[in-house]
Design a binder for this molecule. Structure first.
Ligand code: NDP
Ligand code: 2IT
Length: 448
């Protein structure tokens, strides 16, 4: 059996009932087959793949807190410090009821390669909780965040592990987490990113993931003699990534006609009104029904069987920006039947493996999340740089660096794909380019 196949079986056996983690590993291993098979003996002797798929440290903890009725609640907390070969662990915190160990491990594993692709010195990590922020008061959110940090603080630090936001964790939560860290440790350091602008946050971090997604999509189009101008775009999600992807795509002349949340989705043929969407989601924290109520041109649809209908709308470009496995084989078929040109992932692993393969086999340009959503974590690394030098850069400076980073990622994944005989396969290119830097650093640092 080849080393790659052996490792996939090993991961399934050692990490039972963690299907998302298996899926993330499978996708990476398939891409790496050409690289591993060329050096199989050496990699096997070094157990390089066993080390790559095994987190350096896994922290599981209890998060007790008291709700507004005086009732004690208990949640599970997680931080997976996956790989520190190229820098301190870096990656977001997700607060969502679906969070479990397998989900945090899939996210932490992907983060290793994504962070490597940014070209910046950051290792891979991820964390979170099965806490559901929906419907909680600000006081309950604060209580939860303080309890979460009361355990997490001992495992993190500006040069050790630097968490940030992800689903359910935005500026409000980062503020509460930061306050509690500072209170316990009595140090003012860049231990978290995505901070507010008054206490060490970076301009353009809020926009960075969505903007970065559109910048790399634009690079892809340019490379194929096209532009964003006049393109119809479908977007899923209505959170941080979706909102700023829609904003940047529309600034570049595209029309985004959909978005979605956990209960329904919007089709707005006149183009999504971003200011209204921000008001509904960022300020009121309300459902998309409120968007539809305020906008004549918008149709609201309830989700059916938990699924939105965004991928059935005719488009040139699809940007999945909600959550994992939200774009399956049937969705891919609908996109292809409607003539989609490109799919670029804003979320982490939003497409199933079957959907990805179908899109690629049918000539759709496809960029996977590790490359296309890397603008968020890249800008987090820029926030770390600003914190270290105790300076802050202008929006224009950060945005220009972000554009440079996304262009560079596109170039590197294209070249890696070509070099390994897979021209145009940006999934292979991203996994190979991300892996090679980490593998080199792991080899240089010995058996640790
Ligand atoms: P948010 O919490 O801001 O938004 C998530 C959006 O997706 C919400 O609109 C949410 O609905 C919707 N949603 C629909 N179905 C689900 C579901 N089953 N689980 C969770 N959310 C659902 O998160 P982000 O925009 O930050 O993250 C979106 C995706 O992008 C995630 O995959 C995340 O890992 C990834 N990502 C985020 C980065 C960042 O910097 N924030 C960086 C790179 C990747 P509702 O409004 O009802 O809650
Ligand atoms: O998935 C991701 O890259 C993020 N949620 C952002 C992580 C970060 O550290 O900014």
């Amino acid at each position: 059996m080849s080393y790659v196949d052996e490792i996939y079986d090993y991961v399934v056996a050692k990490n039972q009932a963690q299907p998302e983690f298996h899926q993330a590993v499978k996708e990476v291993l398939e891409s790496l087959r050409v690289v591993i098979e060329a050096n199989e003996e050496e990699y096997r002797k070094q157990a390089l793949l066993e080390r790559l798929v095994t987190p350096e440290r896994q922290i599981l903890f209890r998060v007790p807190w008291v709700d507004d009725n005086g009732q004690v609640q208990v949640n599970n907390g997680f931080r997976i410090q996956f790989n520190s070969a190229i820098g301190p662990y870096k990656g977001g915190l997700r607060f969502h009821p679906s969070v479990n160990l397998g989900i945090i491990k899939f996210l932490g594993f992907e983060q290793i390669f994504k962070n490597s692709l940014t070209g910046l010195p950051i290792g891979g990590g991820k964390g979170g909780s099965d806490f559901d922020p929906k419907g909680k008061s600000d006081n309950e959110i604060m209580k939860f965040c303080q309890s979460f940090m009361t355990e997490l603080y001992r495992h993190i630090g500006a040069d050790t592990d630097v968490p940030a936001g992800d689903i359910g964790v935005g500026g409000r939560e980062i503020g509460f987490l930061y306050g509690q860290y500072k209170r316990i440790r009595d140090v003012y350091e860049g231990v978290l990113t995505g901070k507010g602008l008054t206490y060490g946050g970076s301009l353009a971090r809020t926009e960075a993931t969505g903007y970065g997604l559109v910048y790399i999509t634009n690079e892809l189009l340019k490379d194929h003699g096209q532009t964003m101008e006049g393109k119809t775009v479908v977007v899923s999600g209505a959170g941080n990534v979706a909102i700023y992807a829609i904003q940047k795509a529309q600034q570049l002349g595209a029309k985004c006609v959909t978005c979605s949340d956990s209960t329904g989705w919007i089709y707005d043929p006149e183009g999504i009104d971003v200011e209204l969407l921000k008001e509904v989601k960022e300020v009121k924290r309300a459902r998309l029904t409120e968007y539809a109520a305020a906008r004549k041109s918008a149709e609201y649809h309830e989700k059916k069987n938990g699924e939105h209908g965004v991928w059935n709308i005719k488009c040139d470009i699809a940007l999945p920006c909600a959550t994992q496995n939200e774009l399956d084989l049937d969705d891919a078929k609908a996109l292809v039947a409607n003539g989609v040109y490109a799919v670029c992932e804003g979320a982490n692993m939003p497409s199933t493996i079957e959907a990805t393969q179908y899109l690629q086999q049918n000539g759709v340009q496809f960029i996977c999340g590790k490359a296309s959503n890397a603008g968020g974590v890249a800008t987090s690394a820029l926030e770390m740089s600003q914190n270290s030098e105790r300076l802050s850069w202008t929006f224009e400076e950060v945005d220009a660096k972000l554009q440079g980073i996304m262009a560079n990622i596109y170039k590197n994944i294209s070249e890696a794909a070509k070099k390994y005989g897979k021209e145009g396969d940006y999934v292979a290119g991203a996994n190979i380019a991300g892996f090679l830097k980490v593998a080199e650093a792991m080899k240089a640092q010995g058996i640790v």
